[in-house]
Design a protein around this ligand. Structure first.
Ligand SMILES: O=C(O)CCC(=O)C(=O)O
Ligand SMILES: [Fe+2]
Length: 333
């Protein structure tokens, strides 16, 4: 049995039970995705809401995130410019040419669900310019072809990285860990940002042809900006796909496999997919916040018990993400 954690706030002290006690009541046949307001004044309540969302849903919307809409719009605009380039220019940056999995993914170049034949989106992947480890090494379109692209994209990258850094202490507290638990694990994070473009799908509905097939994300959490076109769906515990439409002024935040491994599945890395049948093109920008390459994904003692033995072998965060990316791109090699 693990001791409960005391959280102090200006409004007094409340007791949070340890995570393993809550999963018992954590029915996750959710029908909607909770909205979490980062500007809410009571930090204890904020942490409790995050904990509840992580236990039951694995997805939350983040409101009052502090990233200026102008920064987001500028990057969406760059995504439009990039995907409007001639195919040959994009193919010169093909992700299969990059040992660090950076660059362009063509339509059907990625396959997120092994049961499917390829994802109906194109993408462009970017990492940190100062990251360490094997996943380092961005590729960029020539400045003459897309002037200012790199600067705008990296401005967005840095803004979302900062937002992610603000969230780690809240996730730590929600797991009854010290607030600074993740600080030394995200010194040079292998965070990956993607620009995604989904053409609108026509023809008969076929679950094997999707904008992005059913999958979980590989990192700690993802911060996703979606434009105004809905497509994202999240799988609940009853096997029902629940829509996660764009909500103005929010990011979607979903937990990934690194958190699921740390928490021994106490926090859920929820399956999701995207299908764009709106008749409009869709652009989205997921940002996958993983830890430093060499951090070991070891189950937290509070999430392991006799009844709940450790479910995963210990691997480093970097090795884990790399092996998953290798699988994802293998079919289109
Ligand atoms: O574009 C979206 O809404 C989802 C993207 C996604 O799930 C991913 O890239 O992992
Ligand atoms: Fe995803």
């Amino acid at each position: 049995m693990v001791a409960s954690t005391l959280l102090s706030t200006g409004n007094g002290t409340r007791v949070l039970p340890p995570p393993t006690e809550l999963i018992i009541e954590g029915a996750s046949a959710f029908e909607a995705i909770p909205i979490i307001d980062l500007a809410q004044e009571n930090r204890t309540l904020l942490v409790e809401k995050i904990r509840e969302a992580c236990l039951k849903v694995g997805f939350l919307y983040i409101k009052n995130h502090g990233i200026p809409q102008s920064t987001i719009n500028a990057t969406l605009n760059e995504a439009h410019r990039f995907f409007d380039l001639p195919l040959t220019s994009k193919q010169a940056l093909d992700i299969h040419l990059s040992p660090a999995f950076k660059g362009y993914t063509a339509l059907l170049g990625e396959n997120s669900d092994p049961a499917n034949r390829g994802d109906l989106h194109e993408g462009f992947d970017v990492g940190s310019e100062s990251e360490q480890g094997e996943m380092r090494g961005n590729v960029w379109p020539p400045e003459t072809e897309l002037p200012g692209f790199k600067e705008k994209v990296m401005e967005y990258y840095d803004a979302v990285l900062s937002l992610g850094r603000r969230l780690f202490p809240l996730f730590a507290l929600s797991l009854s860990l010290p607030e600074d638990f993740f600080d030394d694990k995200i010194l040079h994070p292998a965070a990956i940002m993607r620009l995604l473009h989904y053409p609108s799908q026509t023809g008969p509905t076929d679950d094997r042809i999707l904008g992005i097939g059913a999958h979980t994300d590989y990192e700690c959490f993802t911060l996703l900006y979606q434009d105004i076109v809905p497509a994202l769906q999240v799988l609940n515990a009853a096997g029902k796909w629940v829509s996660a439409p764009p909500i103005e002024g929010t990011f979607v935040c979903n937990l990934g496999d690194q958190f699921a491994r740390w928490t021994n599945d106490v926090y859920v890395s929820t399956v999701h997919r995207a299908i764009n049948r709106t008749g409009q093109e869709r652009y989205s920008i997921p940002f996958f916040f993983g830890t430093d390459y060499d951090v070991k994904l070891e189950a937290l003692p509070s999430c392991v018990s006799e009844d709940r033995p450790a479910r995963y072998e210990v691997v480093t965060a970097g090795e884990y993400v790399k092996s998953r990316l290798e699988e994802t791109y293998a079919q289109s090699k």
